[in-house]
Design a protein. Sequence first.
Length: 255
Amino acid sequence: MRINGNTIFIPGATSGIGLALALRLQDAGNQVIIGGRRTELLEEIAAQHPGIDTVRIDTTDAASIAAAASKVIESHPDLNVIVPMAGIMRVEDWTEPGSFLETAEATVTTNLLGPIRLIAAFIEHLLAQPDATIMTVSSGLAFAPLRVTPTYNATKAAIHQLSESLRLQFAGSSVSVVELVPPSVQTELMPGHQDEPTAMPLDEYIDETMNILETQPEATEVQVERVKFLRYGEARGDQEQVIAALNGFAAHAAR
């Protein structure tokens, strides 16, 4: 993916990694359109950052995705990059029957079905562009599970495999597939996580991500150094220790 000269749509970019990445991509010389559910927040962001375009979208709603896609393509016919960024991360306890199903279903709808629907809504347009990119967003937790967020882990593993599979299908076309693989980052994805001392500061994460995009334009996975501990545990042969460290318990308890 080239670092500038793109027209980029990022649904789920009203806060956290999405908004920070949108602003940095705009600064790098791209036209950026951000999407979100709250019209007043979109208006506030647009006022604070001239040049950013906005569209209302609820990525849990198929009709909203279709309407937003139509509007974005009509307003920006040169659109060539989409970044399905919207996601939720919620604690679940599957040992308590009846307590987790609603959360699990919402997580699948937002984190997996949302990106699938978004890609489906834009793919015909992207295939018609001379140079286009789908940037998916998985997680280090796609490769090593956090005990308290089983469905989040599962959706991110699915996004990784979806990215791998689409890359094979689009080989030889004008569409490339790039997977953003964040580690734990200080955002409000979970309550209080913006102050988590063990998480990567947001600015540092975006700095390193932008550097990778600029210096490694052919990269298929955007991996900052911090995520490689999770990403390559199985390859290194220390996955048991990775899981133990991630979940904060002794290695023998991970068996």
